[in-house]
Ligand binder design. Structure first.
Ligand SMILES: *Cc1c(COP(=O)(O)O)cnc(C)c1O
Length: 443
């Protein structure tokens, strides 16, 4: 490197580490993350993408922009309430408080009165049982899929799971319930056809090899037309006569019926109909953290809780804390979004539309997350040019719109009202980006 090579002027690592802005960032960021940012900035200068004098300001900007997590909060303007790609259910304030409180040492498995070990997650269990008195006992595991794996392993490994062909669903991203069940060592005994299954199909299939009867709510699609399925109430005496458990995988997580979602099954009704164990997710319609709920007969739940696999799929203290607060606290955002007042949605949308000079269009939201397929949630949306979607997604705050029919639609159903003005500012910036790009294009 000769004496005039500008690369000689690139600030050295030690000098950059000593900058006050970088030193302050060491309270937030690990040494490795900071050194990676420094190395990256120096390399940009070595490749002449940055002048040596720009290294310091570029590094300070990069350090300021970097947080310890790369997950970014997103304003969900899609109208899809349980949005899987956005982490499903946003937590209630009560659940967030509980999560923060549980982040330190916490009595998740300790009785402070006696000082001895206690049942893990007793608070979440008690809250679930209070909210769903039809259940004798409850067990919380990592997610709905884990609950299904635990139930089929404990009840039917080496034996058969009797299930209707119409219920062998794919739950998303290529994960299929039949594969999940067979991975436990249970054999599937499929009965009926895709569209019709009768009680006699189940009766013919039950044998000494049966481990359990499984009924799955096909939550993400609907079969219409010439269809029939056997309700839990008819399956229950059949399973009982053979001494096997009847397991109902509901997916959705409603603890009690919701008049807004008439087709959606709920835990209380499934138990009252005779299911021995009901499986549901914590982060779908329940509106809580990722969790798998198993509710039902005390004897069956305790069999599941004692199985070695229960330890491998147990819920963490944060999920237990947030779940308890979701069930015992105020209505979570998912429930509020599902029940949003249409007039209020309309006036919020019209206020933003007037400020932005853009049209309002009728728009149906969705339950999403594989729940209540085909149930529209009527509302409104701001209508923008489709090209606004990309700058909205990559802006700050990030806003996820729905791109549909050549337009970028913003539905406020899942946006907290307190964030309306942030949406307004974000749209202004996105539209300004489009105008600037159009001028460059024209000029
Ligand atoms: C969503 C769903 C699952 C999986 O639950 P996760 O909590 O996503 O693991 C299982 N069964 C049904 C019917 C579902 O809808």
């Amino acid at each position: 490197m000769d004496q005039t090579d500008p690369r000689r002027l690139i600030p050295r690592t030690d000098d950059l580490l000593a900058l006050p802005g970088v030193r302050a960032a060491r309270k937030r960021l690990s040494d490795r993350v900071i050194r990676d940012l420094i190395r990256h900035t120096q390399e940009q200068a070595r490749r002449s993408e940055l002048a040596p004098a720009q290294v310091e300001p570029a590094l300070l900007a990069a350090v300021a922009a970097r947080s310890a997590t790369t997950l970014r909060p997103v304003l969900n303007a899609t109208g899809v309430v349980v949005h899987t790609n956005l982490g499903r259910a946003p937590l209630s304030a009560a659940a967030v408080d509980a999560l923060v409180a549980a982040s330190g040492y916490v009595d998740v498995e300790l009785d402070l009165a006696t000082g001895s070990r206690s049942r893990r997650g007793a608070g979440a269990r008690a809250a679930l049982l209070a909210a769903c008195p039809a259940a004798e006992d409850a067990l919380v595991v990592n997610n709905g899929a884990a609950a299904l794996v635990l139930a089929t392993t404990a009840l039917a490994a080496g034996r058969e799971v009797v299930v209707s062909r119409g219920e062998l669903v794919e739950i998303g991203a290529g994960f299929r319930l039949p594969d999940l069940i067979e991975s436990t060592g249970a054999r599937l005994h499929e009965v009926g056809t895709t569209n019709r299954t009768h009680l006699s199909d189940y009766a013919d299939a039950l044998s000494p090899a049966t481990g359990c009867v499984l009924k799955v709510h096909p939550s993400n699609f609907r079969v219409e037309g010439f269809t029939s399925e056997v309700p839990l109430g008819e399956l229950s005496p059949l399973a009982a006569a053979h001494g096997v458990a009847l397991v109902a995988d509901l997916g959705s997580g409603l603890l009690a019926p919701d008049p807004h979602l008439p087709g959606e099954p709920d835990v209380a009704t499934a138990l009252a109909s005779g299911a021995d164990v009901v499986i549901a997710s914590g982060d779908k319609l329940l509106g809580g953290p990722q969790a798998g709920l198993l509710l039902g007969r005390a004897e069956v739940i305790s069999r599941l809780a004692r199985h070695p696999l229960a330890r491998a799929v147990r819920a963490d203290k944060l999920a237990l804390a947030a779940l308890e607060a979701t069930v015992a606290g105020e209505a979570p955002p998912v429930v509020q979004a599902l029940h949003a007042d249409p007039d209020r949605l309309r006036s919020r949308t019209e206020r933003l539309a007037a400020a932005l000079q853009v049209p309002v269009t009728a728009h149906d939201g969705r339950v999403g997350g594989g729940g209540a397929p085909g149930v529209p949630l009527p509302g409104w949306a701001l209508r923008l040019p489709q090209a606004a979607a990309a700058p909205l997604r990559t802006g700050d705050p990030a806003v996820l719109p729905r791109v549909h029919d050549g337009f970028c639609l913003l539905d406020l159903r899942c946006v907290p009202e307190a964030d309306d003005d942030r949406i307004l500012d974000a749209v202004r910036r996105a539209l300004a980006t489009l105008e600037a790009a159009a001028e460059v294009g024209a000029g």
